[in-house]
Write a protein that binds this ligand. Structure first.
Ligand SMILES: [Zn+2]
Length: 183
């Protein structure tokens, strides 16, 4: 999110951004969640933080009105659940997936952080797990050409699929198919 987007969300008291960022008022030393109903200060007088902890270590105190220190992280959790659903549905189409993820409006770094906290793996790691699982399944259960399998799990070329597969399994897709195929 850009600062302008955060400023807009704060001006609109937009609760769907609670937990995604905080704004702090330099003149009062108080930090708030975006949905706080207190009067909005001038734009120049505020700064933004990703977490309450960061605002506090910069010397700001929580707001008594919106209790920015007690925020449940539910909206952020909703976002990572959404990210996971998007990946589950779209891991075969990397470009479209990237577009969707960018539209969520939270920095990719922050998404990766929260996603990893929640699921123990980064979004990219999760995408790769799904691609590997799906490609193994297709290699074993279908007669599809390996290049078609590469494309269908989201790789742009056969060589990138080979590199990926070999780095994960220490074997090539063709060897894997041969070894695991039931005759
Ligand atoms: Zn507040």
């Amino acid at each position: 999110m850009t600062q302008e987007e955060m400023w807009k969300a704060a001006c609109e008291n937009n609760a769907s951004y609670d937990g995604i960022f905080f704004y702090a008022v330099k003149s009062t030393g108080i930090y708030c969640r975006p949905s706080c109903k207190s009067k909005k200060p001038k734009r120049d007088n505020i700064c933004f933080f990703e977490t309450a902890g960061q605002a506090e270590s910069a010397g700001f105190r929580p707001c008594k009105r919106c209790r920015s220190d007690l925020l449940s992280y539910q909206p952020v959790k909703d976002i990572v659940v959404k990210v996971k659903t998007l990946i589950d549905d779209m891991f075969r189409a990397k470009k479209e997936l990237d577009n969707e993820l960018h539209q969520i409006g939270v920095s990719q770094r922050r998404i990766a952080e929260i996603f990893k906290e929640q699921y123990g793996v980064t979004p990219l790691g999760y995408v790769n797990d799904l691609r590997l699982k799906e490609s193994k399944k297709l290699l074993i259960e279908t007669d599809s050409e390996i290049i078609d399998i590469a494309y269908s799990v989201g790789f742009g070329s056969l060589s990138s699929f080979y590199r990926f597969f070999k780095s994960k399994t220490s074997t090539t897709p063709a060897e894997f198919r041969k070894e695991n195929r039931k005759l």
